[in-house]
Ligand binder design. Sequence first.
Ligand code: TXA
Ligand code: MG
Length: 318
Amino acid sequence: MKSIVNYEQALKLLKAGKLVALPTETVYGLAGRIDDEKALKKIFQLKKRPFFDPLIVHCYDKKQALSYLSEKQPLIEKIFDEFTPGPLTLVAKKNNKISSLITAKKQTVAIRIPKHPLIKKILKQLAVPLAMPSANPYGKVSPVKSQHVLSSFKNQIPVLEGGFCQKGLESTILKIDFLKKKLLILRPGIITKENLEKFLIKYQIGFKVKYKKDPFQPGGGTSHYKPDSAFYIIESEKTEKEIKSFISKKFPKKILKKLNLSLSSQKTAREVYSQLRELSKNKKSIIYVQKKSHQKSGLWDTIWNRLEKASSGYFKFF
Ligand code: TXA
Ligand code: MG
């Protein structure tokens, strides 16, 4: 099979219950139709993902998304209206049209309405939503270009070429606590806490936004997004030169590689996964990055959330 497929081929394969890697505005996903148990099982199997870690359901539009939920809440619709199509995933109570394989037996489903024109076109034609985790082996770095998918899965999965992903990090996963009047960020993402706060103020909605750190949240553990070589976070105000000399003494046989975070948060978000992949191509590499105190809030929170999970450890010295 040819590894890069065109739009018509991708659609045909998906219709037939096969898996195809598709571009989205965040990262590439591994897609299979939600009404085909075999396709769903294959997603878990190919990614080596445990069955207890649920999948996101990708819908064409709000109408389709709402047709899979058992709760009808004006706030859910408002959030879809404001942030989708786009990089936001909403967790809400599912109805019985969603199989428990997708949700890992949870009573809630994660729904996302993506924006990339190619996946929109596919979802429209297919008229069935797609279950789609990021197209990487479980626990590894997510792909932001077709080549990443091809190399991670050794050309075993057909990929629809969609260029370099515009945003570069995954969607924000949000759950609404109606009783406590809170928007809970289960996974920080491209839509930031500040974006959500602005939205609440704009519509005078009396809710608060909170990060919900939950180690039992699947994919919410401490280890994820791992590059192929060791990666250390340096928590220190020391100079570049001092840091370099410290690491090279500690790991004399390794080749030092520095992760570059000097660009704007948007540009960094877009290319940080690609950088991690590039820098870890040589297995003898050791990647390091210095934690900067000003890189807080907004998209930096998301970038650092991923880097902390990707890292092999910290060095603290002052
Ligand atoms: O940007 C994205 O969201 C990408 C693109 C491909 O759309 N998808 C993605 O999927 O990141 P994945 O499977 O790599 O991460 C989805 C996360 C997992 O951590 C999973 O545990 C969580 O969503 N999740 C799925 N369903 C959930 C649910 N019902 N409740 C809580 N978390 C859920
Ligand atoms: Mg993932």
